[in-house]
Design a binder for this molecule. Structure first.
Ligand code: FES
Length: 238
């Protein structure tokens, strides 16, 4: 175990944990948007900024990407941290001005408006959609492109993603709700990626319930451990 100091109190952290994980584990809340416990750290939203002191040097850093280390001193709410976080929040708000989730999060941080011109389509480039698709689903339909403020997330070459199986994981995880899913008859559309998939009808209740592409993907991934008949019925009728 490692011994770390957060806001003048001593806590224990596990080897390999980030500062954010150690803080959350010890019941200390640090604002965060792009961190997810089951995905790799990305450091995209920069909301989790903290001030750390080590070897006599102090700096602002994203706590989700900074590893906990023995003797490290972390400050989560200094005036400098709060100011930087509010600025970050204003920038995020300008990218997703219509997101109720973001607006409510901003209010919690004391940000009620952004001084930056609204300039975005709701995507804050947090990368959760790319990471869930790659790391949890394993479909690899989405990717990161460019760097710095040109950074984008989405399908490769901004074309309809060939590998998208229509599972909707990206839609569910998006913190600003900017991807969108729509079902019409036996078609499911993942709106932001312009991807439309045909769905299979449940043999029992007769409603379309899952894209064929998702079923095929599941069959391949489970290497026949799950029989094809399993997918004849929807989860409710099984
Ligand atoms: Fe750390 Fe987003 S949670 S940068």
């Amino acid at each position: 175990m490692l011994s770390i100091t957060i806001d003048n109190k001593q806590y224990q952290a596990e080897e390999g944990q980030s500062i954010l994980e150690a803080a959350l584990n010890n019941g200390i809340e640090i604002p965060h948007l792009c961190y997810h416990e089951n995905l790799s750290a990305y450091g995209g939203c920069r909301l989790c900024l903290v001030e750390i002191s080590r070897d006599g040097k102090t700096k602002l850093t994203t706590s989700c990407t900074y590893p906990a280390a023995d003797g490290i001193i972390v400050e989560t709410a200094t005036p400098k941290v709060k100011k930087a976080r509010r600025l970050v929040m204003e920038l995020l708000l300008s990218m997703a001005p219509d997101s109720p989730q973001l607006q409510s999060y901003a209010r919690k941080l004391g940000v009620h408006a952004s001084r930056f011109k609204p300039d975005g389509d709701g995507c804050i480039n947090c990368g959760l959609c790319v990471r869930v698709c790659t790391e949890l689903v394993g479909a690899n339909a989405l990717t990161f492109a460019n760097r710095g403020d040109q950074k984008t997330v989405g399908p490769p070459f901004e074309e309809e993603p060939e590998n998208c199986i229509g599972c909707g994981a990206c839609v569910l995880i998006c913190p600003t709700d900017c991807i969108g899913i729509e079902e019409n008859g036996d078609e499911r559309k993942i709106k932001r990626w312009h991807k439309t998939l045909k769905m299979k009808y449940c043999k029992s209740c007769g409603r379309p319930y899952m894209p064929y592409a998702q079923i095929e993907f599941a069959l391949q991934r489970t290497a026949d451990a799950v029989p094809e008949e399993w997918f004849e019925k929807c989860p409710d009728c099984r």
